[in-house]
Design a protein. Sequence first.
Length: 198
Amino acid sequence: MARRRTLRPDEEELWQAVARSAQPLHPQRIRSHTPKAESAQHMVEAKGHSPAIPHFRVGEKARHVPGHDILPALRDQLATQPLRMDAKSFARMSRGKLSPEARIDLHGMTLTEAHPELIRFVLNAHADGLRLVLVITGKGSRRPDDHGPIPQRQGVLRHQVPLWLRMPPLGAVVLQVAVAHLRHGGDGAYYVYLRRGR
């Protein structure tokens, strides 16, 4: 099958003359020979809108575009989750007014070490009838920004623990997860509010 190519200006002019004189067999199915990108560009220009991509000339210095993170911060992710516990208790917990009944420190553990420890701790706390526990993850080691093709976030445990707390078997016993108040560790710890035992 022959590949489609772009028409030269003289060929384009000839094609337009032929196209104007032709009668379509099926007027409802008229298709243009121009590629979709070109026709979309012509439509944008015809409507008077400027293209979304800024104009750039060869040899011109590239404008620095600051990197952006499409994933919201952990604090924002947790804040957008629905409130499943009493609003007054949640407000007191967020301000650090409620004291955790137990705590676990996952600081310095690998993901494979931390996951079973977290499961054991939370399920035991729920079995013991505890309601509020503190999970300390740490903020992660400081390192320069990662600009690789697949950037890795600082504080792997800090980002993984909220996911584990929503997944089975912990999701069934966890009612609410929130970032801890500064007096209990701030961004390096989470309050985990557990459901009542049955």
